[in-house]
Ligand binder design. Sequence first.
Ligand SMILES: C[S@@+](CC[C@H](N)C(=O)[O-])C[C@H]1O[C@@H](n2cnc3c(N)ncnc32)[C@H](O)[C@@H]1O
Length: 350
Amino acid sequence: MSQLFYVMTIPGLETLAFNEIRTRISEAELVKFARGIALFKASASPGNLLELHTVEDVFFSLAHIRGLGHGRDALRVLHSATLNADILQGLALWRRTSGGRPAKTWRVVSQKAGTHDFRRIDAGQAVVAALQKAMPRGMRLVKDDADVEIWLWLSGSEALIGLRLSDATMRHRRYKQEHLPASLRPTIGAAMSWLAHPTPQDIVLDPLCGAGTIIIERALLAPFAQAMGGDIRTEAVAMARRNARAAKVAASWNVWDARSLPLEEASVTRIMTNLPFGKQIGSHETNVELYTLLAREFRRVLTPDGLLVALTSEDRLLNMILQDAGWRINKKVVLVVLGLPASIFVAEPA
Ligand SMILES: C[S@@+](CC[C@H](N)C(=O)[O-])C[C@H]1O[C@@H](n2cnc3c(N)ncnc32)[C@H](O)[C@@H]1O
């Protein structure tokens, strides 16, 4: 039987996440995209959905409301939609993803974008009031650390109420033992890996690897021949090594200067990297020089049929430098990283 699910993604990665859903669950049928959301029908087992790499959270949809009215009317609609939702089906799916353990506690999380003539807290309260009637008797409402979370998402006149099937380990991953400032969200690393058209023959390089997220995500996504990461800072390389060990990923890790890599010409088939944004690390001025030298060095070590996938918030700068250095830009995905607009460039040597 087909049911309604939705995933939450980093804003900008919705269509890419739905591509991943379609390759894993071929009958999945898109209902709609919203900012950071893909809503779809599928008869998927929730276990399959929790294996997605490019999404932050997975929800069983309890209600999808369009044309939400105003004031008390809107709150009444939220209340009755929750009351009529198939909570028991949602709880049964939750139990399957949680190893059969019974849910004892619940809470409501509400998010609101746009202007409304009611407060976020009132909308959340309308859902809570309905759930107090609809939840099984043995379950208790708590403030934090609930077993089951019901999320209310409101954007203009549209609302989604969903039972969260994933937990924080989906977005943060279990391997991430240590974080660095400017460390990348794993789902972005997975999205970059996806955009790099993975093949089992790939020799993958992240020349500015930080805590190693991109290489690890690439390795977890699909088979590859060889993977290498490196960074100018010894402590970053040590961290990448520890994270890779925790993820059971075999890759080589090196301390180096990415402007002059100890690698042969045309020796790697994929370069995937998160360039310094010039905010937490470096500045726009240092980036002008750094990006110029990197574009040249990346071209040297990449095979002529190879691909570069690079993330930056310096869209205009990278665009100009790649073109000047003889790259063809195939695709650009615009997303939001730590509140900043950023772009993932997919480029090949022209
Ligand atoms: C934006 S961070 C990368 C974050 C990484 N993707 C992660 O998830 O942790 C940029 C990294 O580039 C490194 N870096 C800066 N200049 C470098 C250079 N010339 N050679 C190698 N690494 C460099 C920094 O030390 C930093 O770890």
